[in-house]
Design a protein around this ligand. Structure first.
Ligand code: F0G
Length: 441
């Protein structure tokens, strides 16, 4: 491991996974890698990874452990897997038209075992906690990390402690943590407040911190990008677009892209762009207003509760990959998020609100000219549609923005709303409704 700021290389990480010398974040690096060496020959790696798809071994079948040559070593007996990764890459024809690009795909990380991208990092970090003989693992979360951690802890016979902001996470996510057996504490604060408490807790109690400051999380999440490139026959897209919250995911995907280029698995880098919600935009402001020199924490607010984060831990890592790949930052409004989410749904795919910032951001990047019509684009959809059904139902009933300052702007979403109809149990009524719908279609 190496500190991202001062370059110190500690033999082991402390409980908070921060550099003992300067307090910044740690990352894994691989000094033994030289492209063309017999162990890491790019053609041999590609063939090996492909061959594992037909293996009956549980680790080979995991879309994370299948790529273990690019991850730190964790002995097999500690591996906790739920068959994560192996997520589909979908073409999005209607969204492509809405955004004004020809070639648009979504890599749907919501198709993981607990229905979010967190599983790819969690399988790896929970396994490292198991290797470290921890009885307890813990995280602060806006919901998806806690659901994922609780599941992997249960599978690995560890106890899990979840700190979540009271009233600000979706029921789908909370119910997962409960069912998987986590000790779940709803704190009267926001996500950033939960992080502060957890950082103090790990100094006093022998719990393993499984937030994305834990560099094992980042390593596991790298595999989403590796798998994506494999699905594209190692032909990089021009753009990859991700939502930005705590900024672990963008850091991980960017790290994978840089490492894949170093190992000559790909010949050029896609541009990695990061999109935030307008009300939770500290990274956008850091880049646009302060040239990435500093980040001012803020009180965050957005209906996309997964990314309601005002002080992102991994902002320096994300900045580095943004600059290295030549990507862009963007921010999108609440109504833009809701419209984009409905459009992704109308393509027969769907996602949770935080994931939809990618399509909303793409539209802006097209308008600014950063993305050209003929360029290929992949959106990373981070969570499943069913994570936050409340948002979806309110949107379709027209209630999402009722009585809010966005009410007028929300009129542009009307054509996407499909409120359920309540009818008498009468064949004639159903046929009349069907005929009217056919006429308007
Ligand atoms: N999308 C979803 C659905 C998320 O749950 C998150 C983060 C993000 C995007 C942002 O990813 O933090 O790596 O930049 N959710 C965390 C959680 C914070 O606790 O579940 P990021």
């Amino acid at each position: 491991m190496r500190c991202i700021a001062c370059g110190a290389t500690p033999d082991s990480a402390g409980q908070n996974f921060r550099c003992a010398a300067c307090g910044d974040l740690l990352e894994f690096f691989f000094p033994g890698w030289t492209a063309g060496s017999p162990v890491l020959d790019s053609a041999a790696l590609k063939a090996l990874w492909l061959s594992r798809r037909t293996s009956r071994d549980a680790l080979d079948q995991s879309g994370v452990w299948r790529f273990r040559e690019l991850l730190p070593h964790i002995p097999k007996q500690h591996a906790i897997t739920l068959g994560e990764g192996n997520t589909p890459l979908y073409r999005l024809p209607r969204c492509a038209r809405a955004a004004g690009v020809e070639n648009l795909h979504a890599k749907h990380q919501g198709m993981n075992p607990t229905a979010s991208f967190k599983d790819t990092g969690m399988t790896f970090a929970a396994s490292s906690a198991h290797q470290g003989k921890f009885r307890w693992v813990a995280c602060a979360s806006t919901g998806n990390t806690s659901a994922s951690m609780a599941a992997y802890a249960a599978r690995g016979n560890m106890h899990s402690l979840v700190l979540i902001p009271e009233g600000k996470i979706s029921w789908g996510k909370l119910s997962q943590a409960l069912d998987y057996g986590a000790l779940t504490c709803q704190l009267r604060t926001d996500f950033d407040g939960c992080v502060r408490i957890l950082n103090d807790l790990v100094r006093q109690k022998p719990v393993c911190l499984l937030n994305s400051v834990n560099p094992y999380r980042i390593e596991g999440q790298k595999t989403a990008a590796i798998e994506l490139l494999e699905q594209l026959a190692w032909e990089p897209p021009d753009h990859i677009i991700v939502p930005g919250g705590n900024l672990g995911n963008s850091s991980a995907i960017g790290k994978a892209l840089l490492e894949m280029r170093e190992l000559k698995l790909i010949s050029r880098l896609p541009k990695l762009s990061i999109i935030q919600a307008h009300g939770a935009n500290p990274f956008y402001r850091s880049v646009r207003e302060f040239g990435g020199k500093r980040l001012e924490p803020m009180t965050a607010d957005t209906l996309a509760t997964a990314i309601r984060i005002g002080s992102p831990a991994s902002w320096k890592k994300a900045l580095r990959v943004l600059q290295a790949t030549g990507g862009e930052v963007e921010q999108v409004t609440e109504v833009e998020i809701a419209v984009a989410k409905a459009e992704i749904g109308a393509d027969g795919i769907g996602c949770e609100p935080a994931s939809a910032v990618t399509l909303a951001g793409l539209k802006k990047l097209r308008r600014s000219g950063f993305v050209k019509p003929g360029e290929s684009v992949v959106l990373i959809l981070t969570g499943h549609l069913l994570k936050d059904p409340d948002f979806t139902i309110k949107f379709h009933r027209g209630d999402l923005f009722a009585g809010t300052p966005e009410e007028t702007e929300a009129a542009q979403a009307k054509h996407l709303q499909r409120a359920p109809l309540v009818l008498d149990a009468d064949l004639g009524a159903v046929i009349a409704t069907l005929d009217a719908a056919e006429k308007n279609s």
